[in-house]
Design a protein around this ligand. Structure first.
Ligand code: ADP
Ligand code: MG
Length: 246
């Protein structure tokens, strides 16, 4: 883990639950995220990964439990208030303003997001550099490939000056080269001081980039540890990774 680790958690989830008409999508989940880390959340489809992101970002209100960000309870705050505190989410389906350029789209992130003073031009330029799309600054968003759109989505999120980035399957549908480029960007983001929580299915990437892995299965947290520990956990192997010979 990086040198910035240690000290109080940036994000803490305590006994968090969310039910949809009796179905527990998230069931009594607790964990804390160390600043300066990359944590991956893995688990089968329907395990509750996106629901967890929706609870942290205020898109959903939990049935029970609490979310704290830098020691402050954010459980019932509106999504825009949570964004103003410094949590950003990169969506898998990026919806940029297609007629605007890359830099104009990223600038929108810099105009909104975390509260406080900002240099919009410098923030926009820095976010594009971090996401490796500075060379595309003047391209219209509608000319980008799927992989480039994912980078734009990361840049837009980073431009909000967030301290915590939640990325939901940023590598889904990308080829191996594009996947490696995205993993590289996530590392750059971490190096810049932003804490990253990642939902990702590509196991080699997850194993390579994560300081820590949380495993969800049917709404429950069944494992929490280093990539090494989690990949050898029999519960995880049974629930998600398949048999070692598979
Ligand atoms: P994952 O992202 O891990 O694939 P989700 O968090 O999307 O899983 O879904 C977890 C469970 O909650 C699934 O059974 C899903 O059908 C259900 N669910 C998610 N969102 C809603 C919703 N808005 N209304 C009803 N059920 C939902
Ligand atoms: Mg999901």
């Amino acid at each position: 883990m990086s040198a910035q680790s240690g000290g109080p958690p940036i994000l803490a989830v305590e006994h968090l639950s969310k039910s949809f008409r009796g179905l527990a999508a998230i069931a009594d989940v607790s964990f804390a995220i160390v600043p300066g880390s990359i944590t991956s959340i893995i688990g089968p489809n329907g395990a509750g990964k996106s629901t967890l992101f929706n609870l942290v970002t205020g898109y959903l209100v939990p049935t029970a439990g609490a979310v704290t960000f830098r020691g402050r309870t954010i459980t019932r705050l509106a999504t825009n208030r949570i964004a103003e505190l410094g949590i950003a989410r990169a969506f898998q389906i990026a919806r940029p303003f297609r007629e605007l350029t890359v830099s104009e789209n990223v600038r929108i992130g810099a105009l909104f997001g975390k509260a406080g003073p900002r240099d919009v031009a410098a923030t926009t330029a820095r976010a594009m550099t971090l996401a490796s799309i500075a060379h595309l600054a003047e391209q219209p968003a509608n000319s980008l490939t799927v992989g480039q759109l994912r980078h734009l989505e990361i840049a837009r999120a980073i431009a909000t000056r967030a301290d915590l980035l939640l990325a939901d399957e940023p590598c889904a549908g990308l080829n191996p080269t594009e996947t490696a480029a995205m993993i590289d960007v996530l590392r750059q983001v971490r190096s810049s001081g932003v804490t990253v929580v990642l939902v990702e299915h590509d196991m080699p990437s997850v194993m390579e980039v994560s300081d820590r892995i949380l495993v969800l299965d049917a709404g429950r947290l069944i494992a929490d540890g280093t990539p090494q520990a989690v990949s050898q956990d029999p519960k995880v192997v049974a629930a998600y990774l398949g048999t070692p010979d598979a």
